[in-house]
Ligand binder design. Sequence first.
Ligand SMILES: [Zn+2]
Length: 163
Amino acid sequence: MIATAPIARHEVVAVHGGIIVPSEDISEYRRMVGGIRGVQVDDGYFLCPTEKEGGRFNHSCCPNIGFRGSIVVVAMRDIVAGEELVIDYGLSESGIDAFKCRCGARACRKIITKTDWLTVCSDSTTSEYCSPYLRRKRSPPTTSPGRGFADIQPGGRLCANNR
Ligand SMILES: [Zn+2]
């Protein structure tokens, strides 16, 4: 996808939508829709467009777009008109079938694999653009003795309106 006008850093370039496709069906889905990848939203689930026209971004090891939340894609830097919008697939999924990359970036990883997200989501220049799913997978929330149901004392008024 090519930018038809200048795009400012952090400007929204796309919002994903569609249907949920289980991981075991994602290869068949991609064959049917011509390589559209969708967005991995959790272990075992992808959010995928329902039409071929749903948008497709090529991979680059030097991306110019990334995630802000699970479905919003933003510019990682200022983008000029005519520039291709490219995303690092390591920002969006943890189950990539390995492929040879020919993106041409000086820092090209040459082979893209299902473990690339570990590096991409740890790199200080790209980590803030990782999908929330991968950030959570990288750094699972620690369990803390926070407020939970067990903390609510009998007779508590927290849900008083539901009685
Ligand atoms: Zn590359």
